[in-house]
Design a protein around this ligand. Sequence first.
Ligand SMILES: NC(=O)c1ccc[n+]([C@@H]2O[C@H](COP(=O)([O-])OP(=O)(O)OC[C@H]3O[C@@H](n4cnc5c(N)ncnc54)[C@H](O)[C@@H]3O)[C@@H](O)[C@H]2O)c1
Ligand SMILES: Nc1ncnc2c1ncn2[C@@H]1O[C@H](COP(=O)(O)OP(=O)(O)OP(=O)(O)O)[C@@H](O)[C@H]1O
Length: 285
Amino acid sequence: MDVAVGIVAQRGDERAQDLAAALIETLERAGDREGATVSVVVDDASGNAVDAPAVPVASMADRDFVVSIGGDGTLLFVAREVGSTPILGVNLGEVGFLNAVAPDDACDVVVDLLEELCDTGSLEGRALSRLEATGEGEWALEPALNELVVHGPRRGHGGGVTVETRIDGDCYAASHADGVLVATPTGSTAYNLSEGGPLVHPETDALVVTQMAATESMPPLVVDPDTELTISVSGADTAYVISDGRNRRRLEPPATVTVSLAPDPVQLVGPTGNFVTSLEKLEST
Ligand SMILES: NC(=O)c1ccc[n+]([C@@H]2O[C@H](COP(=O)([O-])OP(=O)(O)OC[C@H]3O[C@@H](n4cnc5c(N)ncnc54)[C@H](O)[C@@H]3O)[C@@H](O)[C@H]2O)c1
Ligand SMILES: Nc1ncnc2c1ncn2[C@@H]1O[C@H](COP(=O)(O)OP(=O)(O)OP(=O)(O)O)[C@@H](O)[C@H]1O
């Protein structure tokens, strides 16, 4: 059997590169034991430091699985690039909420994944919903694993906008505000939390709508993921819609953004962390 693996090490991080090298050695030895031909590539940024062919991360979308070594930001980046290809998250970051596997366990876990592939031909992962934003003029943003934010010209005093949020066509909140944030269960522990939104257990199928610094505020609302959700902005020269804090699109108010589930969820593989006990990580942020 041929097994194709991609490894992305956090850019410029020697620990991540050393772990990438150790994983390559481990996978090659395990492949010999299993009678499998294992081919491993690393991301372009790590190519000089790790002895393996270097490729753009986006080209790893055809691999059997991709290992992300770094923090939450690195995993979000890998998910943006490889879409629904299975991802194993190894945590070297400060928070590491999305990465359940500790560096010391990574070699054992990749061997388990290789054996699962050889035994069953595929990997069983956990699907994590993503959100997409669309608007007038046929534009679309990269899907968000954490959250989509629609906000005014800038955050803070004088940077707000009039925002109206509709749920299945009915107005839920209309106010001058910094913006509105729609989070997945995965993103509930990130920006959503700092804006006063609730934590959502990962096994719950829901989205959270949270206003950001609204003059006339409504409590955060938990909705079914299939809800028709529109956010309209007016009363400012510009506004933005931002996916996972990194991809943004400029809007010219008045404008309406429609938020819906993206068709292809992210697939995380490897052991699951315990959501409830891992919440203690948030206390340090
Ligand atoms: N005020 C805020 O809390 C705030 C502001 C902007 C962005 N963010 C978050 O940062 C994310 C982008 O992360 P990045 O690393 O590229 O940017 P970044 O470098 O600005 O990191 C933001 C922090 O959020 C943590 N984080 C990311 N996703 C998380 C999750 N699902 N649960 C718990 N913590 C999480 C990261 O570990 C990091 O500590 C965005 O999706 C947004 O959720 C938060
Ligand atoms: N191998 C890589 N190739 C290209 N870009 C990378 C790579 N690794 C990280 N990046 C970039 O760096 C960003 C993540 O870096 P960031 O400093 O947020 O680290 P992190 O993984 O969240 O770890 P920490 O918790 O230590 O901050 C990604 O969004 C991506 O743009």
